[in-house]
Design a protein around this ligand. Structure first.
Ligand code: B12
Length: 214
């Protein structure tokens, strides 16, 4: 039964069906299906669309349609993740955002949701975040961790820029930095001097815990 619901949720994203995606997400919650598993299934679907786009088999309206279906289902699943993980222990403070020039929000929001569910206080600066705004966000929130997402090869270098800006301001050593997003690799993370990288949202949570020594 749970596989049927998740299969339908996936199908709704692959057919750009906003109402269907939201309604199958609600069904998944009603049937107490693991919400992280639901996120995984949605991720597989949206990546399938991205691969088609990358190969020139699909077009921008396909990306937009699938993203709209996914973003209509996500708040329902996110609410459930936060409800299930509603233990407040405040493990640390995270400032998170997608870098300047990049408006991809889905993966960053997944990471923010799972971190919140795990007990981190998360300040989500959103998308298209400039280096200056990251620096300001870190200072204002006394962040333990900066988490940056970048989905495009053209915007990945922004992560380096943020780290260089923090160094210039003398703030680099006050914060642990983790990076991720589809365009990032471990080698790239090492080359810009980040403290950690992970390719998945659940992995990002484990990494964050490691970075704050919890
Ligand atoms: C949906 C989508 C869009 C939507 C975004 C909607 C939204 N609200 O986010 C829209 C239609 C707006 C869009 C626009 C564009 N897109 Co787009 N998009 C995608 C697509 C299909 C899926 C992205 C996504 O949500 N993935 C699912 C999430 C869950 O994955 P994720 O973000 O990688 O996150 C996971 C991990 O990386 C990790 N993670 C994420 N962040 C972080 C942070 C930390 C700290 C850590 C540890 C981990 C971590 O956790 C997540 C969960 O596992 C990708 C293809 C793909 N394979 O990703 C293309 C893709 C990213 N887009 C691409 C392109 C080219 C564009 C456009 C330039 C298209 C155009 N011609 O206009 C514009 C750019 C707009 C801009 N300035 O940003 C290219 C980028 C190519 C490249 N190498 O640079 C891709 C790869 C498609 C392709 N195959 O060509 N896009």
């Amino acid at each position: 039964m749970s596989t049927d619901v998740l299969e339908e949720l996936k199908k709704a994203i692959l057919t750009y069906n906003r109402e269907g995606a939201a309604s199958w997400a609600r069904k998944a919650v009603q049937e107490k299906i693991d919400p992280v598993e639901a996120l995984d299934v949605m991720t597989v679907a949206i990546r399938q669309i991205g691969d088609g786009f990358g190969k020139g088999e699909l077009w921008l309206p396909d990306l937009v349609g699938a993203a709209a279906a996914m973003t209509s289902a996500m708040p329902i699943i996110e609410e459930e993740i936060k409800r299930v993980g509603a233990k407040r222990e405040s493990v640390g403070t995270v400032v998170i955002g997608t870098v300047y020039g990049d408006i991809h929000t889905i993966g960053k929001t997944m990471v923010a949701t799972l971190l919140t569910a795990d007990g981190f206080a998360v300040n989500d600066l959103g998308i298209n975040v400039t280096a200056e705004s990251f620096v300001q966000g870190i200072a204002e929130n006394k962040a333990d961790i900066l988490a940056m997402s970048a989905l495009m090869t053209t915007t990945a270098p922004e992560q380096r820029k943020v780290i260089e800006t923090l160094k210039k301001e003398g703030l680099r050593d006050n914060v642990k930095i983790m990076v991720g997003g589809g365009a990032i690799t471990q080698d790239f993370a090492d080359s810009i001097g980040a403290d950690g990288y992970d390719p998945t949202a659940p992995g990002a949570v484990k990494l964050a815990r490691r970075l704050v020594g919890k």
